[in-house]
Every structure is written in C-alpha cells, then in structure tokens.
Design a protein around this ligand. Structure first.
Ligand code: TSX
Ligand code: MN
Length: 596
C-alpha cells in the first residue's frame, strides 16, 4: 500500500487482510485499464466471454441468481430496531459467526479494495464507502454503478467517514482446491450493522448481494442514516419532464419491482414536444432545505437493470444505452449479441446459447428471468444534465404506484401529504425474479421498501409522517388496470406521458380535477387524448372511477396488514386516524352519492 490512506482506512484494510488471508491486496483506482484487467481475468477463468461492441457476458452459478431475502439480516443492537419486516440477529453473535466463516476465506485470491462514492463526487449529499471483495466481477460492476477509484479515495481520506463494506464469495483456494467460473456458497449471509454503518456479505457474487453500494448501502444503511439525519433514502426513480413550452418539473417515483421503473425512467413520450430525461432508475436520496423544498440526488452512477422484457418497444432508450460497454449477466447470446425473452428480434435467432450455456431448443429459457445489464449512466442518450448536479434537483411531485388489476384508478392526487404517506405505505407488488421466493404471489410492499428498509417499518412510517410538512404533491398511479376480459385498459409505456401531463397541469394549478373519496382524479375533458387509440380513450371514465365498496375493502385489508405485524409499539397511531379518514369519506360517498 504505497499510497496515502488515512489511519482508519488503513486499519480497516489491514484487519480484514489478516482475517481473509488473501495472496495479495489491490487498491482499485477505477481506471479503464483496471476494468479491462478485470474483464481479462474473468475471460481467462471462464467467468465471462466477449460479445460485440465491447460488451461482455457473464454466467453465474444457477444457485446464485438473485437477492436472498431470507439470508439478509439487520443486526441492530436492539431487536425492536429491526422491526417486524427484517430478519434480526444480535450484532456480536453475527460478527462472531461471520468472523469464523470469513477466516481464510480469500486464500489464493486477490483482495480488491474498492473506494467509492454514492452520489456526485464532492456533493454534500454524497456518502463514501470502501468495499473489500475477492470478485473481479464485483470490481467491474462497481466501476459502472458507483463513482469508484482514486477521486473517491482522495475525498474520503479528507472527509473521514466511510461505510465499511466487506464482501467475499467465500470460496478459498486452499491447497489442491481448483477455482470454478462462478465461486459462491450455499450458506449465504448478507448482514447489515446500522449502528456502526457496516455491511458483511458472505457467499454470493450476484447483484444486490454483492454490489454493496446499491441495496445494502444506498437503501438499507442509508435509510438508517437518513432517519437519524432527517432525510429520505428511497427506492425511487427520478425523472425530469419538459413540456412543449420548455417548462420543466422533476418527479420521484416509488414502484415495487416488476412495475417497470427503468422503463418509466427512460421513457420516450408519445406526445410531440414533450421530453423525459433520466436522473435515476432505482434509488433517490432526498433532503429538504430551509425553504421546505425537497432536493434529490441519485446515489448511483449506472443502471443494473432486468434484461428480460427490455426491447425497442418497451424501452428504446435502454436498448440504445446497452448497445455497447455493457456487462450482461445470465442472458443468452448468439453471434456476439446478448439475447433474452421479450427482445424484439428473438425469432430471428437460430443458434442461441442460453444462460446455462446450452444450445436453446425452445423448451428452456434463453435468459434467467433476473438476468441483468450493468451499464454506466453516461451511456444513456436521455441522461439529464442534472445527473451530476452537486446540489441535486428540486422534486416537484412524488409518485407512488403498484401493479393492480382492479380498483386503483390510473392516477389520483392525494388531498395532502399525510394521506399521500398512507397511500405510499399501502403499495403492493407481485413477487418477482429479483428476489428468491414465490414468483407471482402478491405481497404488501410499503413505499416499495419492504426488502430495503434497514430499520423498524413503524419508525419508517413515523419518519415519513414527520417529513410530511416538507413533501411535495403526492400522486398514485396504476398502469396495470384490466377490464372484465383481462385486457389492459391503459396502453402504458410512452403513452404514460399523458398521465404525467395531467400531473404537470395539477402542479401548475391548471387542472381542477374531480374530487373522489380517495383523492383527485382527472376530469375526462382535462386529459389529453390527442392521438390516443380510441379503444383506450373511450374507457377513460372507467379508468378514473373509484369503486367505494372495493376501496372500503382495500383499507380494511390495509388495516389488518398493519395489525398483523408486531411493530413493538412503533406503529404511528396517525395511520389509524388516516385510514378512518378515508373510510369515513368512502362511507359518506356511499350514503349520499350526490355530495361528491
Ligand atoms: O414498464 C411498463 N410500463 C411503464 C413504462 C413506461 N410495463 C412493463 C411492466 C413489466 C416490467 C407495462 N406493462 C406498462 C407500463 O406502463 N403497462 C403494461 C401493461 C401493458 C402491456 C402491453 C400492452 C399494454 C399494456 N399492449 C400491447 O402489448 C400491445
Ligand atoms: Mn430496485
């Protein structure tokens, strides 16, 4: 270690070097040469192969393809600080366990030291981390997903504080052990220590388990820092919308996985003159200033997106983003091109090699459903010029959304921020391939943070309520409503700009909307249907309808969900009042329909 490292950084590295016993230590500088060296290592070890356009394809072990929520732990000192939605283990017990397991875990390997910054380099919003890892795949991915290397290290040396991120695939190459293309372990641990801002990740090399800057740091640990410091670390995209008169508004939006966050973040609007630019597709850090305005940054530097379903039709800007300089993980390939289910040109391919490295015969999947692309945000043609803005961007509206066949209208604005917070806490999602579990099952997913809130969800609700005086307008959207025959009632994708246009009009005070018991929906005549397929425009009133009986049941189900969880006394009683407020309005609407 020739270069200057402040004493805390030095002792962090040395103590884990001693524990892990790697052959050598490499401090990453984040250069392109270093990236190329990681790729070369992966090619030589059979982990990766080159595709066209400087893309590469990596195949993981089929046992290591997604986040492992049942192996993810919040190790706060007190159990009640982890709350009912997290797995809790007492910190010293977890440390002892992992100290034992990690002893000698990097034998025969290099320990890479990755200094990185979450957020624009030099921004007051940003936080630093150092990840130790024995995986060249992780080094390559961290270069795309974070501001990684020398500059981050220089700033960190000066600033002092950093989150300790410790990762090993835990496959030591002791005497006589041969390496495998994707080393990993069955007994995985993804452990978070919120009080000491530490992450210990053992036995997995995949995604959110291993790229510790993302879900572990920027959501689980950051949510704890944010609660302590009075800001928000959220599972939200950030987009900047420009109307035909060059008026811009910036929106943050929380959607559970599989609702198309990345598609919305990069969407190509169908309405002429409108522009949508992306600042982030997954995580937003939001702080309010002394004027009560909310400002946000995207702590990430790249996109780690789900490949299956991405196509010229669903997300043309993503397709252009990932044309070159991209790491594909667990996709199929043919002739130097990455391939997956839902890519437009699928049928043209004749000799596809699947993610499991066999010739595709139609009976098996080309790509794993959680196959990913990793790409630097700089490759994105619709990246906002505010992406690196040190001051962040002012958030004019918060959107929350779910994926619901029935009941929830296309869009409504909540009457106030407190009601918006309750609506955010009411989100549900379908289980997806992004995490190990039952695909297709509906689960409650407050603010899309269920797997990512690093502390007691009751305290999280209280924190949102405490922030509510400083929150902008809140809207709920649902692109996924279906008619009685099971057809989608809304075309979605680029046509969602019509919903954003209405939201825009609300923010500018131009649209009055129509009051319903749950909030304000568009008046049909306010909604821009120019050029919209008649099959959709003729059922708009249906899309804006609020079924009071169904919504009454919705709030009753929400109530029983909250009651089913043991928040250890941390549940905000205001939520019960808010639910009653909604229920009273719904009951009144039923008894006297003319009053609304
Ligand atoms: O991402 C989606 N969005 C947001 C886009 C900006 N998806 C994909 C979800 C899975 C990740 C959507 N799917 C959206 C949507 O708005 N809407 C739907 C449902 C839908 C699917 C297909 C059609 C219409 C609606 N139409 C045809 O296939 C022709
Ligand atoms: Mn996500």
């Amino acid at each position: 270690m020739e270069q200057f490292l402040n004493p805390e950084i030095k002792s962090f590295i040395l103590s884990y070097q001693e524990l892990f016993s790697p052959n050598s230590v490499c401090i990453c500088n984040g250069s392109d040469e270093e990236y190329d060296r990681m790729i070369q290592l992966m090619i030589e070890s059979g982990t990766a192969e080159r595709l066209a356009n400087n893309n590469i394809l990596v195949r993981s072990d089929p046992q290591d393809v997604a986040r492992v929520e049942d192996r993810t732990f919040i190790c706060s000192v007190k159990e009640e600080d982890a709350g009912p939605t997290n797995n809790w283990v007492e910190p010293s017990e977890m440390k002892d366990k992992l100290n034992g397991l990690m002893s000698g875990a990097m034998m025969g390997r290099v320990m890479y030291v990755i200094p990185f910054c979450m957020g624009p380099l030099g921004s007051d919003y940003s936080y630093y981390g150092i990840q130790l890892t024995d995986s060249p795949y992780v080094v390559a991915n961290m270069k795309k997903m974070t501001r990684m290397g020398q500059k981050a290290l220089d700033l960190m040396n000066e600033y002092g504080n950093f989150v300790r991120c410790v990762h090993t695939v835990a496959y030591p190459l002791s005497e006589g052990v041969k390496d495998v293309p994707w080393p990993c372990r069955e007994d995985k641990y993804i452990a978070h220590f919120p009080e000491t801002r530490e992450i210990l990740s053992f036995g997995s090399g995949y995604g959110g388990n291993a790229l510790l800057g993302k879900k572990c740091f920027a959501l689980r640990i950051a949510s704890c820092i944010a609660k302590d410091e009075g800001w928000l670390a959220e599972h939200m995209l950030i987009i900047k919308i420009t109307d035909p008169n060059e008026v811009t508004r910036t929106v943050a939006a929380a959607f559970p996985s599989a609702c198309g966050k990345t598609n919305l973040a990069m969407m190509q609007p169908s309405l002429a003159g409108w522009k949508v630019e992306v600042i982030g597709d997954d995580i937003a850090w939001m702080k309010s200033n002394d004027k009560g305005e909310l400002y946000a940054i995207n702590p990430e530097a790249g996109f780690f997106g789900v490949a299956p379903g991405t196509s010229k039709k669903t997300n043309p800007n993503a397709m252009n983003t990932i044309r070159q300089n991209t790491i594909f993980t667990n996709t199929g390939s043919e002739d130097g091109k990455p391939i997956w289910e839902g890519i437009d040109s699928f049928a043209h391919f004749k000799n596809i090699i699947t993610w499991k490295k066999v010739l595709h015969d139609g009976s098996d999947k080309v790509a794993h459903p959680n196959a990913r692309f990793t790409v630097s945000a700089n490759e994105c043609p619709v990246l906002s010029n505010d992406f690196n803005n040190l001051k962040g961007v002012k958030i004019d509206a918060i959107l929350v959304g779910g994926r619901r066949d029935e009941i929830i209208p296309l869009v409504f604005q909540t009457f106030d921020a407190q009601e918006g917070v309750l609506i955010g806490a009411s989100l549900t999602s379908e289980m997806t391939a992004a995490a190990k579990g039952t695909v297709g099952k509906v689960r409650r997913d407050p603010f899309a943070m269920l797997p990512f809130c690093g502390y007691n969800m009751g305290d999280y609700f209280k924190h949102w309520l405490a922030m509510s005086e400083r929150l902008p307008a809140i809207f709920h959207v649902n692109w996924f409503r279906k008619d009685k025959d099971g057809n989608f009632m809304w075309p979605g994708f680029g046509e969602n700009i019509r919903v954003l246009e209405w939201i825009f009009g609300r923010l500018k005070g131009e649209y009055e909307g129509k009051k319903t018991p749950i909030g304000t929906v568009p008046k049909v005549e306010e909604f821009n249907v120019k050029g919209l397929d008649e099959k959709y425009s003729k059922q708009l009133s249906e899309l804006f309808k609020v079924d009071t009986d169904a919504y009454m049941e919705f709030f009753e189900e929400l109530e029983s969900y909250f009651q089913s969880l043991d928040f250890k006394g941390r549940f905000p009683s205001e939520f019960n009042d808010l639910i009653n407020q909604f229920k009273n309005r719904l009951a009144n609407a039923n008894s006297s329909p003319k009053s609304l």
